[in-house]
Design a protein around this ligand. Structure first.
Ligand SMILES: C[S@@+](CC[C@H](N)C(=O)[O-])C[C@H]1O[C@@H](n2cnc3c(N)ncnc32)[C@H](O)[C@@H]1O
Length: 240
C-alpha cells in the first residue's frame, strides 16, 4: 500500500477514535465502552452475516463504524445497511464514511418507528447487529428492545450482540431468542463475548423464564442511574 494511503488511513482512524472519546466524555453511559471495538471483535460480529449478498442488515449503536466496516468487508452491500445511532456527531461521521448506507440519527429503542419512517423499503430484515451497552439500561427497557427486535426479524432471523460479561454465553437481552453460537474475543479492550441467537417462534416459555431472571437481576444491581427515555414518559431508573 502506498505510504500516502497508509497515512490517510491512520489519520482517519485517529480522528474516529478522537470523536469516540469526545462522545464518551459527554455521554459515558450511552457510549458504554472506553474505546471503539477492535478489528477482531468487529470481524467476529460480521462472521454472522447471512450469505445472501442482497440481504438487509440493521446495526444498532454503530458508533464510529468499526462493525459497519467489517460488515461491508464481509460482503454486505452498503446500500442494504440501516444503522441507528443516537449521537448526532457519530451519525454525521458515518454518513461521510458510508454515504450509501441509511444512517438514522435516533434512539434504537424506537427502531420500529424509525425503520418505518426512514427505510420502509427494507421489508424483512434477516439480521440485527447490536453494539448497544444494554447492561447500562433498565432491564425492562432492554427487554422492550428485545421484543421489538424479535418482531422485526423473520423466523430464523439472527440477533448478534457483544457483551463484556464473558460468562454469559447468551446475553440477557437475547432471552427471547434461541442460542446459536458465541465466542470470546480476547483482543479487545476489554475482552468481549460475541453471541448470536435466532428468532424462534416456539420459544415463548423460555423467554418467559428468562424475563424472570432479568427482573431478579434488577434487585441485585449495585447502583442506579437516571436515563431519560424519549420512548417512555419521563425519566426511568437504570441499573449499571
Ligand atoms: C459500545 S459503543 C459501540 C460502538 C461501535 N459499534 C463499536 O463497536 O466500536 C455503543 C454505541 O451505541 C450508541 N448508543 C447508545 N445508546 C443508543 C441508543 N439508545 N440508540 C442508538 N444508539 C445508541 C452509542 O452512542 C455508541 O456509539
Amino acid at each position: 500500500m502506498p505510504l500516502k494511503n497508509l497515512n490517510t488511513q491512520i489519520r482517519a482512524k485517529l480522528s474516529a477514535t478522537t470523536l469516540f472519546l469526545q462522545e464518551l466524555v459527554s455521554t459515558p453511559r450511552e457510549v458504554g465502552a472506553i474505546l471503539p471495538s477492535s478489528k477482531q471483535l468487529a470481524t467476529a460480529m460480521a462472521s454472522f452475516l447471512p450469505k445472501d449478498a442482497n440481504c438487509w442488515a440493521l446495526e444498532l449503536g454503530p458508533g464510529t463504524g468499526v462493525v459497519t466496516e467489517a460488515l461491508i468487508a464481509r460482503g454486505l452491500r452498503e446500500d442494504r445497511l440501516i444503522a441507528i445511532e443516537q449521537s448526532p456527531k457519530m451519525a454525521e461521521h458515518l454518513r461521510m464514511v458510508f454515504p450509501r448506507a441509511r444512517i438514522i440519527t435516533g434512539d434504537a429503542f424506537e427502531l420500529d418507528q424509525l425503520i418505518e419512517k426512514h427505510a420502509p423499503q427494507a421489508g424483512h430484515i434477516p439480521v440485527v447487529f447490536s453494539s448497544l451497552p444494554l447492561l447500562n439500561f433498565e432491564p425492562k427497557i432492554a427487554e422492550m428492545l428485545a421484543k421489538k427486535i424479535r418482531d422485526l426479524l423473520p423466523s430464523g432471523g439472527k440477533f448478534v450482540q457483544y457483551s463484556y460479561h464473558l460468562g454469559d454465553k447468551q446475553p440477557k437481552a437475547a432471552a427471547h431468542f434461541r442460542y446459536l453460537d458465541s465466542k470470546v474475543i480476547w483482543l479487545n479492550v476489554p475482552p468481549a463475548r460475541v453471541s448470536a441467537s435466532f428468532n424462534s417462534p416456539c420459544d415463548i416459555a423460555s423467554a418467559f423464564s428468562a424475563t424472570i431472571t432479568i427482573e431478579l437481576g434488577s434487585f441485585l444491581s449495585v447502583r442506579t442511574v437516571e436515563r431519560q427515555s424519549s420512548s417512555s414518559s419521563g425519566t426511568s431508573r437504570t441499573s449499571v
